[in-house]
Design a protein around this ligand. Structure first.
Ligand SMILES: [Zn+2]
Length: 221
C-alpha cells in the first residue's frame, strides 16, 4: 500500500481526495472519521443519488460545510425496488461527479456494499473501478469501504480482511455521531445511528489491476 504523501511545507500541494458514494450519509457512516482526521486534505464529496430530495439535499450541503469539502449530488434512480442502473448513465454520472480532477486518493463503497444489501453501493464501486481501469477517472490510490454484516445478522463492522482499520478516537467518534443526528437528523434509535461505526476499515489499492470485484459473496450485482 503506497502511503499517502505528507506535505510538511505550507507551500506544498495539498492532498486531493474524493469520496464517491451512492447516498448522502454514506460518506459519514463509512469514512466520516477519516475525513474529520484530515481537514488539511482538499476534499470533494459526491453522491450518485438524491440531488432533488428536498430533505436530504440541503442536509448534505450542511455536512459538506462541516467537512470543509466541495461536493455535488447527482440524481440517479433510488427507488426501493433497486432496478439496476443503465451502465452508460452510471459511468457518465461518475465521470461528471469526479470533475476531471486528478486525485491522490478516492474513497468509495466496497464491491459488496457494507451491509445486506443495497445495489447502488455495489454499482457505485463497480463504476469507480471500471473508470479507474479505463482512464475515465484519475487517482493514485483507491480505498474501498471494508465492512460486512454477516448477511444481516449484525450491524456492519470492519471486515477481517481490511487492509487498514482504525478505532476512532472518542472525540472523532462523537463528532461523527453528531453529524448523523444533528446535521442529518437521524434519531438515536435509527439503524443509521446505531450502525455508525466507531471503527473504520478500508481495502487499499495502488492500481486498478489489484482490485477484485468477485468478493466473498461471489457476485457483484
Ligand atoms: Zn447508501
Amino acid at each position: 500500500m503506497t502511503p499517502i504523501p505528507q506535505h510538511p511545507s505550507a507551500t506544498a500541494v495539498p492532498v486531493r481526495a474524493a469520496v464517491i458514494v451512492a447516498h448522502p450519509d454514506d460518506e459519514t457512516l463509512w469514512s466520516g472519521g477519516y475525513i474529520l482526521e484530515h481537514p488539511e486534505y482538499l476534499w470533494r464529496i459526491v453522491t450518485l443519488c438524491r440531488a432533488t430530495d428536498p430533505d436530504r439535499a440541503p442536509k448534505f450541503q450542511n455536512v459538506l460545510e462541516r467537512f470543509g469539502a466541495a461536493g455535488e449530488m447527482a440524481d440517479l434512480d433510488d427507488e426501493t425496488d433497486q432496478v439496476p442502473l443503465p451502465q452508460k448513465e452510471l459511468l457518465d454520472t461518475v465521470v461528471h461527479l469526479a470533475a476531471g480532477i486528478s486525485y491522490d486518493l478516492i474513497l468509495t463503497h466496497g464491491p459488496d456494499g457494507e451491509y445486506t444489501r443495497h445495489r447502488r453501493h455495489s454499482e457505485c464501486c463497480q463504476a469507480v473501478v471500471e473508470l479507474w481501469r479505463t482512464g475515465g477517472i484519475f487517482t493514485q490510490r483507491l480505498w474501498t469501504f471494508a465492512y460486512e454484516d454477516g448477511n444481516g445478522t449484525y450491524l456492519p463492522r470492519v471486515r477481517p480482511d481490511a487492509d487498514r482499520r482504525e478505532i476512532l478516537p472518542h472525540n472523532i467518534r462523537q463528532e461523527k455521531l453528531r453529524i448523523m443526528t444533528d446535521l442529518y437528523g437521524f434519531r438515536p434509535d435509527t439503524w443509521e445511528v446505531r450502525t455508525t461505526p466507531g471503527e473504520e476499515g478500508f481495502k487499499c489499492f495502488d492500481s486498478p489491476k489489484d482490485v477484485r470485484l468477485d468478493t466473498a459473496a461471489g457476485h457483484t450485482s
